[in-house]
Design a protein around this ligand. Structure first.
Ligand SMILES: [Zn+2]
Length: 158
């Protein structure tokens, strides 16, 4: 994998400017035997350790063969480790977007809201999905940030 920039980046809401993640390094990824990982992550597996986000260069296709679904069909597509999300995020109230087996499958629409109500991304935490957060490009922006390990983290939940 290639690190896009040596500097840390932080995801913000385009509408209100709230920090949605802590500072992370962004790495570029494409599916290849030489890449790490060499294929899309297995179920419940994150793309990277906390502190590193991954920018995939090709459409995300689930291991079960589905997809891409419209709100996850853009390229490049970014994957953030859920531990890097801030407590600004909350679950959507749209029941249709909260589907999942024992977690969130994220199949039906962005299930995470900014505090301002913008639909900023999709959390995938189900037993048959990878483990990660995908920002909505139209609602969010990456900005340069200082390295920082302490920030108000999202409380652990599905
Ligand atoms: Zn916002």
């Amino acid at each position: 994998m290639t690190t896009l920039e040596a500097t840390h980046m932080q995801l913000r809401c385009k509408h209100c400017g709230s920090n949605l993640t802590g500072p992370v390094l962004m790495r570029l990824w494409h599916k290849s035997p030489e890449s790490i990982p060499s294929s899309w992550p297995n179920d419940r597996q994150a793309f990277s350790d906390p502190g590193t986000a991954v920018r995939a260069q090709e459409p995300y296709v689930r291991n079960v063969g589905d997809g891409p679904t419209p709100h996850l069909g853009h390229t490049p597509i970014d994957f953030v480790h859920p531990d890097d999300l801030t407590d600004t995020l909350r679950l959507t109230e749209k029941q249709g977007y909260l589907n999942g087996c024992c977690g969130l499958d994220g199949c039906d629409g962005p299930n995470q809201l900014c505090q301002c109500g913008a639909e900023v991304g999709t959390l995938l935490t189900d037993c048959w999905t990878l483990y990660g957060f995908v920002p909505q490009p139209a609602e969010t922006v990456w900005v340069n940030a200082q390295r920082q390990t302490n920030f108000p983290r999202r409380p652990p939940k599905s």
